[in-house]
Design a protein around this ligand. Structure first.
Ligand code: NZQ
Ligand code: ZN
Length: 389
């Protein structure tokens, strides 16, 4: 087990009715609020009205940034920074899924970014930045953006989608009832994202981090149990609540405690698919993950033991033949995604081979996947994309 340092400065208010904490969450930071949200789902579910009533009652001065896109664009970040500067905003309130929260994080940091080019902030190397305080209300269980410092911003002109550390939310209000309205497609995609955040750490060379592996297996089993319920009964509180709690833990760094870095290969590859084709992040991950697993198992049989553990502890499978068991665990994961209604090939998304080389070069920029759990070259990445057709 390796050394680790961990610091999450975010307060989570979890559960039904926790919006009652909104006023006390914003009040310490000031009265001028940038209310950031997406394409309108928060209006459809009545959450916008609920938020505005609290803000009006509390005497807040509200500036709105509406229309933040899934896979949020640099242009939305620029617009938000301008609004914050023009209106002397004290605190940002992001209401929505990971895209809205990510965009709000980049805006919060962008306000203090010296220099005119905010894309440079996204592309340059840095840790967490000086930023405006950020409070969020989460409406989709997926990314874990409510409990980490990262944000992923896209530039469709350059076909780049880049994840960076910006700032942690000061407070995240996580009320599972706001996710009752999430479509089957986004519910399944979000759950695949949660699972991928766990799997990207679980498949590591460190085998003796019992706490991290135990938490990881518990989160995976929770998603396997609760996703089918949420798909069948969208307003099942228990299922939605478990998925929301899973979301926050999965990307928090806790499942990586004491473990060797892994390169997050599937995320590196998926961000290229989103950058070129604007696809839903979790769908891309669901397509890639089983193919990546089969590929690395073939390439490096020394990881068979980890896959056997995955098959046994997560899927409850058994058998004498280790190779067959390892493959059965991967098959179970792929079948689970298929049964959840996720289109499981790139072809089904209208994606062909045309950009495979470019995407592989970007995913492996600077040879960064050479340090992955199983080292990958650009040729390996192209081969994995082919396996996904
Ligand atoms: O825009 P609105 O109208 O709100 O609709 C959204 C959007 O169309 C809708 N939605 C959200 N909450 C809803 C709802 N629809 C009905 N009822 C609700 N309660 O769902 C659609 C997708 O929303 P989005 O925010 O894009 O989804 P998600 O939370 O999956 O975020 C995806 C983004 O986060 C990044 C991804 O790459 C992608 O850009 N990630 C962020 C991470 C982080 N910050 O740590 C890590 C992840 O690995 C990921 O890369
Ligand atoms: Zn993800």
């Amino acid at each position: 087990m390796l050394n680790y340092t961990h610091d999450i400065p975010t307060v989570i208010h979890f559960g039904k009715g926790q919006i009652s904490r909104l006023d006390e969450s914003l009040r310490p930071y000031g009265k001028r609020v940038l209310l950031a949200y997406g394409g309108g789902s928060i209006k459809k579910i009545g959450l916008y009205d609920e938020v505005m009533e609290i803000l009006n009652k509390g005497g807040y001065i509200v500036t709105e940034l509406a229309g933040i896109e899934p896979n949020p664009r640099i242009e939305s970040v620029e617009k938000g920074v301008e609004l914050c500067k023009q209106n002397g905003v004290d605190v940002i309130l992001a209401v929505g899924g990971g895209s809205t929260i990510d965009c709000a994080k980049a805006i919060a940091a962008g306000v203090y970014w010296e220099g005119d080019d905010l894309w440079e902030m996204v592309t340059s190397k840095h840790g967490t930045l000086k930023a405006l305080p950020l409070v969020d209300i989460l409406t989709l269980s997926a990314t874990g953006s409510e409990y980490d410092g990262g944000g992923v911003i896209s530039n469709m002109k350059t076909n780049q989608k880049i994840g960076k550390s910006f700032t942690f939310p000061a407070v995240s209000i996580c009320d599972p009832t706001y996710t009752f309205s999430v479509s089957k497609y986004q519910t399944a995609a979000g759950s695949a994202d949660i699972m991928s955040h766990i799997l990207e750490n679980y498949f590591s060379r460190t085998d003796d981090s019992d706490l991290a592996d135990g938490i990881s297996e518990t989160v995976l089993k929770s998603v396997i149990r609760n996703l089918p319920i949420a798909l069948k009964e969208p307003d099942n509180y228990s299922a939605r609540a478990n998925l929301m709690a899973d979301s926050s833990i999965a990307c928090s760094g806790i499942p990586a405690y004491g473990k060797q870095g892994t390169g997050w290969s599937c995320h590196a590859m998926e961000h290229q698919l989103s950058a070129y084709y604007d696809i839903t992040h979790g769908v891309g991950l669901a397509i890639l993950t089983p193919r990546w697993m089969r590929y690395i198992l073939r390439k490096d049989p020394s990881c068979t033991g980890r896959f056997v553990r995955f098959a046994r502890n997560v899927w409850g499978l058994d058998g004498e033949d280790e190779q067959a068991l390892a493959m059965a665990g991967i098959d179970a994961l792929e079948a689970f995604f298929t049964e959840s209604g996720i289109p499981m090939t790139l072809t089904a998304l209208g994606i062909g081979t045309e950009h495979f080389e470019d995407m592989a070069n970007q995913a492996n920029g600077g040879g960064r996947l050479s340090n992955a759990y199983v080292s990958l070259t650009c040729e390996d990445v192209v081969a994995i994309f082919h396996d996904c057709l």
